[in-house]
Design a protein around this ligand. Sequence first.
Ligand code: DHB
Length: 330
Amino acid sequence: MRADLSTCIGNIYLPSPLYNASGVWCTDYTQLDIVLNNIATGAVVTKSCTLKPREGNPNPRYFDKINKLDALSASINSMGLPNKGIDYYLEVAAHIENPKHKPFFLSVCGLSVEENLQILQNVVSYEHSNRYINGIELNLSCPNIIGKPQLGYDFPALTETLRKIFEINALDKYTVGIKLPPYFEEVHWGQATDVIEPYAKSSHINFLTCCNSIGNGLVIDYENESTVIKPKYGHGGIGGDYIKPIALANVRQFYNTLGNKLDIIGCGGVKSGRDAFEHILAGASAVQVGTSIQLHGPDQFKLIFMELEDIMTKKGYVSLNSFKGKLKYL
Ligand code: DHB
């Protein structure tokens, strides 16, 4: 029997657990269409959007194939939120060809609480938008805006932001989640859980995406004795192989504390079926792929899907639920 790789985020059905991480292959209609209609994806999420279109930070602002001679591959970015603005993504969602009816997630990343509220107002007042926007990923963890710290690390500000956002009653019509930064400390997992839990209990927050890139890393071009990206003196968000153990820890921690109230989406270091398997074993209901798609293109989804299917068949798992969150402890 073939393994069943379908899954759910909240009450949204996905035919496959794989889709893009926000920021990768999702800035314009063509890219979103390619991901959404890829045979191996279960959904698509847009580039994190602001109220108005943005050019983003100066180039070069993305670099990958770090340490060509190393076994590890990774990326660094300081894009600075180049995006086409919320109204563009609302139009794309309304008009994109979606014959398989896969879920369309909107990623939202206003530069202030007020901007987030305005973006969400635009979403809920756009005619029938809940028909073609199935989920909203509130990005509270962008590390690349000069002068703006990541909201997910400021617990009082996070509390206040969530309080204001969930005063918008019409958000109930959407499956809403938040994209968190990576946490590294027991106390921070505890504090984040305390802030999120009331909204998980009341079903306002339906999923957590764990996690965004490791903010403000530095990659050095050894030959040229230089930084590899221009913004922020070379600092940027780190993705790829380097982040996988950190992402897995975040998936597992939030699955343990909140996994009975919401879904966890794993994001970080997935380039193979085995990586996706490990994220699901740690508690992920779905898995986003970033650096690997940026490096190799969307064909990589099929490879990861087939490897995951193969692993499940070999291990005798018939569905994702038969091993999700079942990581053993020594
Ligand atoms: C950008 C980077 C992020 O990690 C994110 O969550 C949002 C935006 C960027 O630089 O564009």
